[in-house]
Ligand binder design. Structure first.
Ligand code: SOE
Length: 391
Protein backbone atom coordinates (compact mmCIF):
# COMPACT_ATOMS: atom_id res chain seq x y z
CA UNK A 1 0.00 0.00 0.00
CA UNK A 2 1.55 3.35 -0.97
CA UNK A 3 2.04 5.76 1.88
CA UNK A 4 -0.20 8.76 1.18
CA UNK A 5 -0.12 10.30 4.66
CA UNK A 6 2.33 13.16 5.24
CA UNK A 7 5.34 12.11 7.31
CA UNK A 8 6.36 14.07 10.39
CA UNK A 9 9.99 13.63 11.49
CA UNK A 10 10.50 13.27 15.24
CA UNK A 11 13.69 14.26 17.05
CA UNK A 12 14.00 13.14 20.67
CA UNK A 13 16.42 14.55 23.25
CA UNK A 14 17.36 12.09 26.00
CA UNK A 15 17.12 8.30 26.10
CA UNK A 16 16.78 7.25 29.75
CA UNK A 17 13.51 5.99 31.25
CA UNK A 18 11.29 8.59 29.56
CA UNK A 19 13.23 8.35 26.31
CA UNK A 20 12.73 4.60 26.28
CA UNK A 21 8.99 4.73 26.92
CA UNK A 22 8.46 7.60 24.45
CA UNK A 23 10.43 5.64 21.83
CA UNK A 24 8.11 2.68 22.31
CA UNK A 25 5.15 5.02 21.79
CA UNK A 26 6.53 6.54 18.57
CA UNK A 27 7.41 3.03 17.29
CA UNK A 28 4.00 1.53 17.98
CA UNK A 29 1.38 4.28 17.65
CA UNK A 30 0.85 3.81 13.91
CA UNK A 31 0.18 0.09 14.32
CA UNK A 32 -2.72 0.70 16.69
CA UNK A 33 -4.32 3.97 15.66
CA UNK A 34 -5.32 5.05 12.14
CA UNK A 35 -3.45 8.37 12.09
CA UNK A 36 -3.66 11.25 9.55
CA UNK A 37 0.15 11.59 9.63
CA UNK A 38 3.02 9.12 9.87
CA UNK A 39 5.61 9.74 12.61
CA UNK A 40 9.17 8.99 11.49
CA UNK A 41 11.76 8.37 14.23
CA UNK A 42 14.40 10.54 12.58
CA UNK A 43 17.02 11.43 15.19
CA UNK A 44 18.03 10.90 18.80
CA UNK A 45 20.24 13.38 20.65
CA UNK A 46 22.45 12.58 23.61
CA UNK A 47 25.76 13.79 24.97
CA UNK A 48 27.80 10.65 24.40
CA UNK A 49 28.17 9.75 20.69
CA UNK A 50 28.81 6.09 21.50
CA UNK A 51 25.99 5.62 24.02
CA UNK A 52 23.53 7.63 21.91
CA UNK A 53 24.31 5.51 18.83
CA UNK A 54 23.74 2.34 20.85
CA UNK A 55 20.46 3.70 22.23
CA UNK A 56 19.32 4.77 18.75
CA UNK A 57 19.97 1.29 17.39
CA UNK A 58 18.07 -0.32 20.27
CA UNK A 59 15.17 2.14 20.37
CA UNK A 60 14.72 2.56 16.59
CA UNK A 61 16.03 6.04 15.76
CA UNK A 62 17.53 6.53 12.27
CA UNK A 63 20.27 9.05 13.13
CA UNK A 64 21.95 10.66 16.13
CA UNK A 65 23.27 14.04 17.26
CA UNK A 66 25.43 14.90 20.26
CA UNK A 67 24.10 18.45 20.44
CA UNK A 68 20.32 19.05 20.70
CA UNK A 69 20.81 22.36 18.87
CA UNK A 70 21.85 20.42 15.76
CA UNK A 71 18.75 18.24 16.13
CA UNK A 72 16.51 21.31 16.13
CA UNK A 73 18.24 22.69 13.00
CA UNK A 74 17.64 19.52 10.97
CA UNK A 75 15.13 19.66 8.09
CA UNK A 76 14.05 16.09 8.82
CA UNK A 77 12.76 17.13 12.28
CA UNK A 78 9.22 18.53 12.54
CA UNK A 79 8.56 17.49 16.16
CA UNK A 80 10.94 17.77 19.13
CA UNK A 81 10.32 15.39 22.04
CA UNK A 82 12.03 16.62 25.25
CA UNK A 83 12.89 13.68 27.52
CA UNK A 84 15.66 15.27 29.59
CA UNK A 85 15.85 16.26 33.27
CA UNK A 86 13.89 19.41 34.09
CA UNK A 87 16.86 21.78 34.13
CA UNK A 88 17.01 21.71 30.30
CA UNK A 89 13.30 21.71 29.43
CA UNK A 90 12.97 25.48 29.00
CA UNK A 91 16.10 26.00 26.86
CA UNK A 92 15.34 23.12 24.51
CA UNK A 93 11.57 23.66 24.19
CA UNK A 94 11.84 27.42 23.60
CA UNK A 95 14.56 26.96 20.98
CA UNK A 96 12.51 24.27 19.23
CA UNK A 97 9.29 26.33 19.23
CA UNK A 98 11.18 29.38 17.97
CA UNK A 99 12.58 27.23 15.16
CA UNK A 100 9.02 26.26 14.20
CA UNK A 101 9.11 22.71 15.56
CA UNK A 102 6.13 21.19 17.35
CA UNK A 103 7.12 20.21 20.93
CA UNK A 104 6.09 17.54 23.41
CA UNK A 105 7.89 18.06 26.73
CA UNK A 106 8.07 15.69 29.69
CA UNK A 107 6.69 16.76 33.06
CA UNK A 108 7.02 18.78 35.11
CA UNK A 109 7.10 21.52 32.48
CA UNK A 110 10.10 23.21 34.11
CA UNK A 111 12.05 23.56 37.35
CA UNK A 112 10.72 27.04 38.15
CA UNK A 113 7.63 29.19 37.53
CA UNK A 114 9.77 31.70 35.65
CA UNK A 115 10.96 29.02 33.23
CA UNK A 116 7.39 27.70 32.84
CA UNK A 117 6.13 31.24 32.11
CA UNK A 118 8.78 31.72 29.42
CA UNK A 119 7.90 28.35 27.87
CA UNK A 120 4.21 29.21 27.90
CA UNK A 121 4.85 32.56 26.24
CA UNK A 122 6.93 30.84 23.57
CA UNK A 123 4.18 28.25 23.07
CA UNK A 124 1.53 30.96 22.66
CA UNK A 125 3.65 32.79 20.09
CA UNK A 126 4.37 29.54 18.26
CA UNK A 127 0.69 28.55 18.23
CA UNK A 128 -0.07 31.78 16.38
CA UNK A 129 2.25 30.40 13.68
CA UNK A 130 0.57 26.97 13.72
CA UNK A 131 3.26 25.35 15.86
CA UNK A 132 1.82 23.06 18.54
CA UNK A 133 3.00 22.01 22.03
CA UNK A 134 2.03 19.63 24.83
CA UNK A 135 3.32 18.75 28.30
CA UNK A 136 3.44 14.98 28.88
CA UNK A 137 1.22 14.31 31.89
CA UNK A 138 0.63 10.77 30.68
CA UNK A 139 -1.75 9.66 33.47
CA UNK A 140 -4.55 11.71 31.86
CA UNK A 141 -4.44 9.02 29.18
CA UNK A 142 -4.99 6.03 31.42
CA UNK A 143 -8.40 4.85 30.15
CA UNK A 144 -9.76 4.76 33.73
CA UNK A 145 -8.61 8.33 34.41
CA UNK A 146 -10.11 9.55 31.12
CA UNK A 147 -13.34 7.74 32.05
CA UNK A 148 -13.28 9.43 35.49
CA UNK A 149 -13.08 12.79 33.72
CA UNK A 150 -16.01 11.77 31.50
CA UNK A 151 -18.15 10.78 34.52
CA UNK A 152 -17.50 14.13 36.23
CA UNK A 153 -18.23 16.05 33.02
CA UNK A 154 -21.52 14.13 32.62
CA UNK A 155 -22.50 15.23 36.15
CA UNK A 156 -22.57 11.68 37.52
CA UNK A 157 -20.80 12.84 40.73
CA UNK A 158 -22.74 16.08 41.13
CA UNK A 159 -21.04 18.87 43.07
CA UNK A 160 -17.42 17.91 43.80
CA UNK A 161 -16.66 18.19 47.53
CA UNK A 162 -13.41 16.25 48.12
CA UNK A 163 -10.31 15.15 46.25
CA UNK A 164 -7.98 12.73 48.00
CA UNK A 165 -4.80 12.12 45.99
CA UNK A 166 -1.62 10.17 46.73
CA UNK A 167 1.38 9.19 44.72
CA UNK A 168 3.34 6.56 46.68
CA UNK A 169 6.71 5.09 45.73
CA UNK A 170 9.55 3.53 47.73
CA UNK A 171 12.56 3.37 45.41
CA UNK A 172 14.89 5.44 47.63
CA UNK A 173 14.05 4.03 51.08
CA UNK A 174 17.52 2.37 51.07
CA UNK A 175 20.02 4.95 52.40
CA UNK A 176 22.64 3.42 50.09
CA UNK A 177 20.64 4.36 46.98
CA UNK A 178 22.93 6.81 45.19
CA UNK A 179 22.49 10.53 44.65
CA UNK A 180 20.88 10.39 41.19
CA UNK A 181 19.78 13.50 39.32
CA UNK A 182 16.17 13.25 40.65
CA UNK A 183 17.61 13.94 44.14
CA UNK A 184 19.39 17.15 43.12
CA UNK A 185 17.60 20.51 43.04
CA UNK A 186 19.95 21.91 40.36
CA UNK A 187 18.80 19.11 37.97
CA UNK A 188 15.26 18.22 39.06
CA UNK A 189 13.99 21.45 40.63
CA UNK A 190 12.37 19.54 43.49
CA UNK A 191 12.04 15.95 44.66
CA UNK A 192 8.91 13.87 45.10
CA UNK A 193 6.90 17.10 44.87
CA UNK A 194 7.75 18.00 41.28
CA UNK A 195 8.38 14.48 40.03
CA UNK A 196 5.26 12.67 41.26
CA UNK A 197 3.36 15.41 43.08
CA UNK A 198 3.03 17.18 39.73
CA UNK A 199 1.18 14.14 38.39
CA UNK A 200 -1.47 14.10 41.14
CA UNK A 201 -1.93 17.85 40.91
CA UNK A 202 -2.54 17.61 37.16
CA UNK A 203 -4.67 14.47 37.46
CA UNK A 204 -6.86 16.04 40.17
CA UNK A 205 -7.34 19.24 38.16
CA UNK A 206 -8.00 17.22 34.99
CA UNK A 207 -10.62 14.90 36.52
CA UNK A 208 -12.49 17.62 38.45
CA UNK A 209 -12.09 20.46 35.94
CA UNK A 210 -11.24 22.64 38.93
CA UNK A 211 -7.96 24.47 39.71
CA UNK A 212 -6.19 24.69 43.06
CA UNK A 213 -6.18 28.28 44.39
CA UNK A 214 -4.38 27.86 47.72
CA UNK A 215 -2.38 25.31 49.75
CA UNK A 216 -0.88 24.59 53.15
CA UNK A 217 2.05 22.20 53.03
CA UNK A 218 4.73 20.13 54.71
CA UNK A 219 7.84 18.72 53.06
CA UNK A 220 10.58 16.50 54.48
CA UNK A 221 13.93 15.07 53.44
CA UNK A 222 14.41 11.89 55.46
CA UNK A 223 17.88 10.98 54.17
CA UNK A 224 20.05 14.04 53.58
CA UNK A 225 23.28 12.46 52.39
CA UNK A 226 23.77 9.67 49.87
CA UNK A 227 26.65 7.91 48.08
CA UNK A 228 27.59 9.72 44.88
CA UNK A 229 26.08 8.23 41.70
CA UNK A 230 28.57 6.73 39.24
CA UNK A 231 30.16 9.46 37.13
CA UNK A 232 28.50 12.21 39.18
CA UNK A 233 29.76 15.72 38.45
CA UNK A 234 29.43 19.13 40.02
CA UNK A 235 29.04 17.80 43.53
CA UNK A 236 31.04 18.48 46.65
CA UNK A 237 31.23 15.06 48.25
CA UNK A 238 31.12 14.56 51.97
CA UNK A 239 32.53 11.46 53.60
CA UNK A 240 30.60 8.66 55.23
CA UNK A 241 32.46 5.52 56.21
CA UNK A 242 35.17 6.57 53.77
CA UNK A 243 32.97 6.70 50.65
CA UNK A 244 32.27 9.91 48.78
CA UNK A 245 28.78 11.23 49.49
CA UNK A 246 26.69 14.16 48.37
CA UNK A 247 23.88 16.22 49.84
CA UNK A 248 20.26 15.49 48.88
CA UNK A 249 18.93 18.96 48.03
CA UNK A 250 15.26 18.10 47.38
CA UNK A 251 12.24 16.83 49.29
CA UNK A 252 11.68 13.11 49.82
CA UNK A 253 8.02 13.69 50.62
CA UNK A 254 5.46 16.47 50.29
CA UNK A 255 2.03 16.62 51.93
CA UNK A 256 -0.43 19.44 51.38
CA UNK A 257 -4.07 20.37 51.62
CA UNK A 258 -5.67 22.66 49.10
CA UNK A 259 -8.81 24.48 48.06
CA UNK A 260 -10.15 24.34 44.49
CA UNK A 261 -11.78 27.22 42.63
CA UNK A 262 -15.00 25.22 42.35
CA UNK A 263 -15.25 24.88 46.15
CA UNK A 264 -13.83 21.38 46.59
CA UNK A 265 -11.23 20.60 49.27
CA UNK A 266 -8.17 18.48 48.50
CA UNK A 267 -5.55 16.45 50.37
CA UNK A 268 -2.38 15.44 48.57
CA UNK A 269 0.57 13.17 49.46
CA UNK A 270 3.62 12.54 47.26
CA UNK A 271 6.37 10.41 48.73
CA UNK A 272 9.22 8.13 47.75
CA UNK A 273 9.24 6.56 51.23
CA UNK A 274 5.98 4.61 51.23
CA UNK A 275 7.71 1.29 51.79
CA UNK A 276 5.97 -1.39 49.76
CA UNK A 277 4.21 0.99 47.38
CA UNK A 278 5.88 0.94 43.95
CA UNK A 279 3.91 3.29 41.71
CA UNK A 280 0.65 3.88 43.52
CA UNK A 281 -0.97 6.95 41.99
CA UNK A 282 -4.30 6.97 43.82
CA UNK A 283 -7.18 9.42 43.61
CA UNK A 284 -10.64 9.45 45.13
CA UNK A 285 -13.21 12.11 44.26
CA UNK A 286 -16.35 12.56 46.39
CA UNK A 287 -19.35 14.42 45.03
CA UNK A 288 -22.93 15.13 46.04
CA UNK A 289 -24.26 12.35 43.75
CA UNK A 290 -21.43 9.86 43.87
CA UNK A 291 -17.73 9.07 44.13
CA UNK A 292 -14.94 7.50 42.13
CA UNK A 293 -11.65 5.91 43.14
CA UNK A 294 -8.59 4.88 41.11
CA UNK A 295 -5.23 3.21 41.91
CA UNK A 296 -2.64 3.03 39.14
CA UNK A 297 -1.37 -0.25 40.58
CA UNK A 298 -4.75 -1.63 39.35
CA UNK A 299 -4.86 0.72 36.39
CA UNK A 300 -7.57 -1.08 34.36
CA UNK A 301 -10.14 -0.58 37.11
CA UNK A 302 -12.22 2.42 38.15
CA UNK A 303 -14.39 2.21 41.27
CA UNK A 304 -17.64 4.12 41.13
CA UNK A 305 -20.30 4.75 43.76
CA UNK A 306 -23.68 6.10 42.65
CA UNK A 307 -25.55 7.63 45.57
CA UNK A 308 -28.80 7.03 43.63
CA UNK A 309 -28.42 3.37 44.60
CA UNK A 310 -29.58 4.44 48.06
CA UNK A 311 -29.11 1.79 50.72
CA UNK A 312 -27.36 -0.39 48.16
CA UNK A 313 -24.93 2.40 47.25
CA UNK A 314 -21.40 1.04 47.34
CA UNK A 315 -18.31 1.21 45.17
CA UNK A 316 -18.63 -1.03 42.15
CA UNK A 317 -15.68 -1.98 39.93
CA UNK A 318 -15.72 -0.83 36.33
CA UNK A 319 -13.24 -2.82 34.26
CA UNK A 320 -12.22 -0.10 31.81
CA UNK A 321 -11.59 -2.31 28.78
CA UNK A 322 -14.80 -1.97 26.78
CA UNK A 323 -14.81 -0.50 23.24
CA UNK A 324 -16.86 2.48 24.47
CA UNK A 325 -14.24 3.31 27.10
CA UNK A 326 -11.52 5.91 26.24
CA UNK A 327 -8.70 4.44 24.10
CA UNK A 328 -9.53 0.82 25.13
CA UNK A 329 -11.26 -0.17 21.91
CA UNK A 330 -8.10 0.38 19.85
CA UNK A 331 -6.32 -2.46 21.59
CA UNK A 332 -7.61 -5.83 22.73
CA UNK A 333 -10.96 -7.48 23.45
CA UNK A 334 -12.62 -6.63 26.78
CA UNK A 335 -10.77 -7.80 29.88
CA UNK A 336 -7.29 -8.03 28.39
CA UNK A 337 -6.02 -4.85 30.00
CA UNK A 338 -3.40 -2.22 29.24
CA UNK A 339 -0.21 -1.05 30.93
CA UNK A 340 1.92 1.97 31.74
CA UNK A 341 3.44 2.15 28.27
CA UNK A 342 0.02 2.36 26.57
CA UNK A 343 -0.62 5.75 28.17
CA UNK A 344 2.33 7.16 26.20
CA UNK A 345 0.98 5.67 22.96
CA UNK A 346 -2.31 7.47 23.67
CA UNK A 347 -0.36 10.64 24.40
CA UNK A 348 1.52 10.70 21.09
CA UNK A 349 -1.61 9.65 19.19
CA UNK A 350 -3.55 12.64 20.57
CA UNK A 351 -0.55 14.90 19.96
CA UNK A 352 -0.21 13.82 16.30
CA UNK A 353 -3.94 14.15 15.68
CA UNK A 354 -3.92 17.69 17.09
CA UNK A 355 -0.88 18.67 15.02
CA UNK A 356 -2.52 17.26 11.88
CA UNK A 357 -5.80 19.05 12.65
CA UNK A 358 -4.07 22.35 13.44
CA UNK A 359 -5.42 22.42 16.99
CA UNK A 360 -3.65 22.83 20.33
CA UNK A 361 -2.99 19.53 22.14
CA UNK A 362 -3.77 19.15 25.85
CA UNK A 363 -2.35 19.36 28.40
CA UNK A 364 -0.92 22.61 27.11
CA UNK A 365 2.13 24.45 28.42
CA UNK A 366 -0.46 26.71 30.12
CA UNK A 367 -1.72 23.61 32.00
CA UNK A 368 1.89 22.83 32.85
CA UNK A 369 2.41 26.38 34.15
CA UNK A 370 -0.70 25.99 36.33
CA UNK A 371 0.86 22.89 37.91
CA UNK A 372 4.18 24.73 38.31
CA UNK A 373 2.46 27.51 40.26
CA UNK A 374 0.99 24.92 42.64
CA UNK A 375 4.43 23.33 43.11
CA UNK A 376 5.90 26.74 43.95
CA UNK A 377 3.08 27.52 46.40
CA UNK A 378 3.62 24.18 48.15
CA UNK A 379 7.35 24.89 48.53
CA UNK A 380 6.64 28.45 49.76
CA UNK A 381 4.11 27.22 52.30
CA UNK A 382 6.34 24.40 53.55
CA UNK A 383 9.16 26.94 54.04
CA UNK A 384 6.84 29.24 56.04
CA UNK A 385 5.53 26.94 58.77
CA UNK A 386 2.85 25.56 56.43
CA UNK A 387 1.31 29.03 56.10
CA UNK A 388 -1.71 29.16 53.80
CA UNK A 389 -0.29 30.18 50.39
CA UNK A 390 -2.22 31.36 47.34
CA UNK A 391 -1.35 29.63 44.07
C1 SOE B 1 9.71 8.63 39.16
O1 SOE B 1 10.43 7.52 39.51
C2 SOE B 1 8.91 8.34 37.90
O2 SOE B 1 9.75 7.78 36.92
C3 SOE B 1 8.35 9.64 37.37
O3 SOE B 1 9.41 10.51 36.95
C4 SOE B 1 7.40 9.37 36.21
O4 SOE B 1 6.82 10.60 35.76
C5 SOE B 1 6.32 8.42 36.68
O5 SOE B 1 5.42 8.13 35.61
C6 SOE B 1 6.93 7.13 37.20
O6 SOE B 1 7.88 7.42 38.25
Amino acid sequence: MTESRPALGVGMVGYAFMGRVHSQAWRGVGAVFDLPVKPVMAVLAGRSAERTAAAAATLGWAATETDWRRLIERDDVDIVDVCTPGDSHAEIAIAALTAGKHVICEKPLANTVAEAEAMTAAARAAAARGVRSMVAFNYRRVPAVALARRLVEEGRLGEIRHVRAQYLQDWIVDPDFPLVWRLRKDKAGSGALGDIGAHIIDTAQFITGQALVGVSALTETFIRERPLAEGASGLTGGSRTGELTGEVTVDDAALFMGRFDGGALGSFEATRFATGRKNALRIEVNGSLGSLAFDFEAMNELWFCDAADGADAGFRRILVTEPEHPYAGAWWPPGHGLGYEHTFVHEVKDFLEAVAAGTDPTPSFEDGLRVQRVLAAVEESAASDSRWTAV
